[in-house]
Design a protein around this ligand. Structure first.
Ligand code: C2O
Ligand code: CU
Ligand code: CU
Length: 555
């Protein structure tokens, strides 16, 4: 069935109104927001307890913006100094400045030379999530740096402007090392981003804020955590290293560039006023950079490793207003446990039923038979539970009359004529999450692709599954269509192919819900000689470490 022959599904009046709003392009006025339904959201975070101020990336320090401009860097993987969350940190000393988990600011075409210096007591490797590099530079875990060893990267930035990121990728320890604090963002900056900044008068670090969201747990990452069937769930939401921080804002537009750096948690991102009125926003970009055009939205799902680039208009916000950035409640669709096996969760309120069964490989039946939830602390923020993430306090009235540009970037769709379609099924069997019924084996490449070819991958998730955030190294893809999406997802569709605002443009990670099929187009351009190997995996890091990953050989 071709997508173009299919009738639009799930189109709602509400969505048409939102699209019309985007076409008209005045930034949104708060006065027109509708009251949010009561969905059990937390009270404003920080009340009554004081919260911390949002840490904003500066010219050095934690998440500091570092533009190497071709100069070599040494990235030290080491222990943290206690000022940042997590036991571990990446440290860089460059041009007289010290950075922790630096934001690498790069330009297309720039040469990048980074030496990873492993000062951990375990092997590690750094992966550049979203960057199109050869296998030798991908840091996918085929080669590791042993303790006290160095690993040299040397590559060219071939991507368009977007927010990418870096994190460890040693198979089996990726989840723990990432949770422990080893990650940073990569801001590939290009002319389209410069044009957007000019149009909206945005200044990085002031009115353009990069927000790294990570859920953390007071008890830290436990020994059995990597076997958690639903992945690691923290009980607190951290943004740029602090739980539910606040930032002082003026009555103008803000660009928020969000990375979901949670190991496993999907966010259903939305904004509201202190009184509970929903504040709409404009999606301008995602994993692969700026969308062709802005799209109005009330909410967006952001899965683990996904990025969302949005503009929040506070021009109509009265002085003293507080805007809450939150994750709304949703059904996390943990359908992989058959009803007969499901542990009873009598206290959990639907739809966010907490059955955080802690299942190890091969012991599903035994664990289910006990019916005992093995973790109580995870229930503090169950999967799909509502949570305030951050607040923006309007403290200044300013004149602001900029308008959102009608065009943000130009991206030619992939030409898929004659493209081979490859089905990839996501599911759970014999205690393991699997792709095409297989689990990862180092050195094996069950997916073989011809270099410079175009393929269509049909990602199909079983009904008896859970959502999986599927990521391919090396090759940004185009989401062509979604089919049989769950209602909560279908309601957010913005076109006849049931795509979401956050699906448009280019992607490197896409969330596939139970019972859903997502068709993506990929272009395997490989300028490097010889066969190349990449990873295709679920970015729920516990699923990845547990083997929900396949090698891809491009030759
Ligand atoms: Cu974010 Cu295999 O990576
Ligand atoms: Cu990656
Ligand atoms: Cu998964």
């Amino acid at each position: 069935m071709t997508s173009s022959s299919r009738a639009p599904r799930g189109f709602s009046g509400a969505r048409r109104r939102m699209l019309a709003g985007a076409a008209a392009l005045p930034l949104f006025a708060l006065g027109r927001s509708t009251a949010a339904p009561a969905i059990g959201a937390d009270p404003l975070c920080g009340e009554p307890a004081a919260t911390s101020r949002l840490h904003v990336s500066g010219a050095s320090g934690y998440l500091g913006r570092l533009a190497p401009r071709g100069a070599p860097l040494t990235l030290l993987a080491t222990t943290g100094d206690g000022t940042t969350p997590g036991r571990l940190a990446y440290r860089v000393h460059h041009a007289g400045r010290d950075y922790v988990n630096p934001t690498l600011v790069l330009r297309p075409g720039e040469r990048v030379r980074i030496t990873l210096d492993n000062r951990l007591d375990a092997p590690t490797i750094a992966h550049w999530h979203g960057l199109a590099v050869d296998t030798a530079n991908d840091g996918a875990g085929l080669r590791l740096a042993a303790p006290r060893e160095r690993f040299a990267y040397d590559f060219e930035v071939r991507n368009r402007g977007a927010l990418y990121w870096y994190h460890p990728h040693p198979h089996g320890a990726t989840a723990r090392q990432t949770y422990d604090g080893l990650f940073g963002v990569i801001d590939v900056d290009d002319d389209d981003h410069a044009a957007l900044r000019r149009a909206l008068d945005l200044v990085p670090g002031r009115t353009e804020l990069t927000l790294v969201v990570q859920d953390r747990r007071r008890g830290g990452y436990g020994a059995g955590e990597q076997h958690a069937r639903h992945g690691f769930l923290g009980d607190e939401a951290y943004v740029n290293g602090a739980p539910c921080p606040f930032v002082d804002a003026a009555s103008r537009a803000y660009r928020l560039r969000l990375l979901n750096a949670c190991n496993a948690r999907t966010l259903r991102l939305a904004f509201r006023t202190a009184a509970g009125a929903r504040v709409p926003f404009t999606v301008v970009g995602n994993d692969g950079g700026l969308l062709p055009a802005p799209v109005a939205a009330q909410e967006a799902f952001v899965a683990a490793a996904e990025r969302l680039d949005l503009v929040l208009d506070l021009t109509a916000a009265p002085l003293g207003e507080t805007i809450v950035m939150e994750s709304l409640a949703f059904d996390p669709m943990h359908g992989e446990v058959s009803p007969a096996d499901a542990p009873a969760a009598p206290d959990a309120a639907p739809p966010a039923a907490a059955h955080d069964d802690h299942v190890r490989d091969g012991s599903v039946a035994a664990a289910s038979a006990t019916g005992a939830p093995s973790r109580v602390d995870a229930a503090a923020w169950p999967d799909g539970g509502a949570r305030a993430l951050m607040t923006l306090r309007v403290r200044e009235r300013v004149r602001y009359d900029r308008r959102m540009p009608a065009t943000l970037s130009r991206i030619a769709p992939f030409d898929t004529t004659g493209a081979r379609e490859r089905p990839l099924r996501l599911g759970f069997n014999k205690g393991r999450w699997r792709i095409n019924d297989r689990v990862f084996a180092m050195g094996e490449t069950p997916i073989e692709v011809a270099r410079n070819s175009t393929e269509i991958w049909l990602l199909r998730n079983y009904h008896t599954s859970m959502p999986h955030a599927m990521h391919l190294h090396g090759f940004p893809f185009e989401v062509l269509e979604r089919e049989t999406s769950p209602d909560a997802v279908a309601a957010l569709a913005v076109d006849a192919h049931a795509r979401l605002a956050s699906d448009l443009g280019r992607k490197d990670t896409v969330l596939v819900w139970p019972g859903e099929s997502v068709r993506v187009a990929l272009r395997f351009d490989v300028p490097w000689p010889g066969p190349q190997t990449y990873m295709f995996h679920c970015h729920n890091l516990e699923h990845e470490d547990g083997g929900m990953m396949l090698g891809v050989r491009v030759a």
